[in-house]
Design a protein around this ligand. Structure first.
Ligand code: AMP
Ligand code: MG
Length: 501
């Protein structure tokens, strides 16, 4: 049965479907019994150029549940493969998502609009094609938090409850998420065609990605090598930025790594509390493959899989030359990551200013290493440990000292830190620290409280309040005092997150 159609308050385009036939399956969403709007992202809708006046709650919930399609939608499920926990699965694909089309946002940037949880597709592999309210709101919250922290990310435009139950470990209320992304092209999309020996498809995909995301490299002599270079750089930057706010993605499979450099797929992700590089929250990550501190190594592993898919396109002279060239680029990942990581940490310490060299000095690197070691040794909350440095820069180290069981070691560190501040950076340090170190991140206990209230009682208030708090992460607000505080150590020690949502 064909879904009914209505005018959409925004024009949809279909460059992916037009330029890449054979890369997807066309099908419509499965209708849901009783759609009701949980949340709509008006600021994002405005950014995309929606005529919000036309989006009454009824229209919104019909459109973003998939019950009514925009008249110009051409819904497709995209094919992709992927390495899951290191094991290659030749066919994954959109098992519960459909791309409705692309919009050109207010700045002219092309962005995908896709439904997630919209029913089974040929890629569902026995799954029900659905999503539950909890994970949908979780993706909404964490994506908005990342966006507010200035980290490239896919974002939620709408969350709509479906009025039906989905079966997980127990019956849960169902929902559909509308996701906006620079694109949904993953490392796994390349792998899908490479694994089938379809070199021309890989080339078409690479050409499409260059044109859509990296037009600057299109004229390069070996544009595919340049593509590898920019994707490597973007990922190094993304992972550095994640880690500087204590983010753990949790399931960095190659199908969950977008070649655009945006964070995608908020499943078992979580923010770290006490600083510990070995932190893992995901219930299925027994070996700690996706632990906080392992994220750069895993990103490089995934990028190596990406490079392998491009090899047949790189060999202008010989295939050995292609391997040498690709390896040389992959070899830059760790140093690029480390430079960005140290530079980011230097800014977080309030040590940067416009007249200073852009690279972190050896003395600053040692200070940064020692700071992390102190945080780890004393189980200091990552978010507050950094944030309270601002008060210390203002001459009040009490809050910071309270986080350290043995403040003497902190005092030695603070002395060294002040020693590295110069006359230009010192007066502005506190403001700079507050502008780069958030006070509010979506803490795990708060996220869980918000999701439980929505799931068990249909109460969206905790979700809305938390969303409000994390949307302005750098600005202290007395109404959100509780939201800055860590969970109990007991809660964090027992906290587990889940995939397969
Ligand atoms: P994820 O763990 O969300 O990255 O998903 C991995 C793969 O499983 C993708 O191909 C998804 O489309 C698919 N998948 C996840 N959950 C479901 C579901 N409930 N029904 C069908 N496919 C699913
Ligand atoms: Mg995924």
């Amino acid at each position: 049965m064909n879904a009914s159609r209505m005018d959409f308050p925004l024009k949809l385009e279909h460059s992916y479907a037009k330029q890449l036939p054979g890369f997807f399956v066309s099908l419509e969403p499965t209708p849901v019994p009783k759609p009701s709007l949980l949340h709509f992202n008006t600021p994002l809708a405005i950014e995309l150029g929606f005529d919000c006046e036309k989006l009454t709650p009824n229209v919104t919930q019909q459109l973003f549940s998939g019950n009514v399609l925009p008249s110009d939608a051409q819904p497709i499920a995209q094919a992709y493969a992927g390495h899951q926990f290191g094991n290659f699965v030749p066919q994954l694909g959109d098992g519960r998502a459909l791309l409705l089309g692309e919009v050109l946002d207010q700045t002219g940037k092309r962005r995908d609009v896709a439904l997630k949880g919209s029913g089974v597709t040929p890629f569902s592999r026995g799954g029900d094609g659905k999503a539950a309210v909890g994970p949908v709101l979780r993706e909404y919250l964490i994506g908005e938090a990342m966006h507010a922290l200035g980290i490239p990310t896919t974002r939620a435009l709408a969350a709509v409850a479906t009025g039906e139950h989905v079966m997980r470990e127990r019956q849960l209320p169902g929902a559909v998420l509308t996701r906006v992304a620079s694109s949904h092209i993953r490392v796994g999309t390349f792998q899908y065609f490479a694994a089938r020996g379809q070199v021309e498809s890989v080339r078409k995909l690479a050409d499409y990605v260059i044109q859509r995301h990296y037009p600057d490299v299109s004229e390069d002599r070996n544009c595919y090598l340049s593509l590898l270079r920019v994707v490597v750089e973007r990922q190094a930057e993304l992972i550095a930025r994640w880690m500087l706010v204590g983010f753990i993605h949790g399931v960095m499979n190659t199908d969950n790594m977008a070649v655009s450099g945006e964070t995608i797929d908020y499943g078992p992700c979580a923010f770290m509390e006490a600083y510990d590089p070995d932190t893992v929250f995901s219930s299925i990550d027994h070996a700690g493959r996706y632990a906080y501190g392992n994220q750069p190594a895993i990103a490089l592993w995934n990028l190596t899989r990406f490079a392998e898919t491009l090899l047949p396109l790189l060999g202008q002279e010989s295939s050995e030359q292609a391997v040498t060239d690709a390896t040389a680029i992959l070899d830059t990942f760790m140093s690029t990551f480390q430079n960005l990581w140290y530079n980011g940490a230097r800014t977080k310490l309030g040590l940067t200013h416009s007249e200073k060299p852009t690279t972190t000095s050896d003395a600053e690197r040692t200070l940064i290493d020692d700071w992390f070691e102190l945080l780890a040794k004393h189980d200091v909350d990552h978010t507050l440990g950094w944030r309270y440095l601002a008060d210390a820069a203002d001459g009040n180290a009490c809050n910071l000292q309270a986080l350290f069981p043995k403040p003497a070691e902190l005092d030695i560190f603070l002395k060294r830190w002040r020693g590295l501040q110069d006359d230009v950076s010192r007066p502005k340090a506190a403001t700079k620290i507050r502008a780069t170190n958030p006070l509010y991140v979506p803490r795990n206990h708060l996220v869980e409280e918000a999701l439980s209230a929505a799931t068990d009682d249909g109460n969206l208030k905790p979700f809305e309040t938390l969303l409000h708090a994390i949307q302005r992460p750098f600005t202290e607000d007395p109404q959100f005092t509780q939201y800055a505080l860590p969970a109990s150590t007991e809660f964090t020690a027992n906290y587990r997150t889940f995939c397969g949502t």
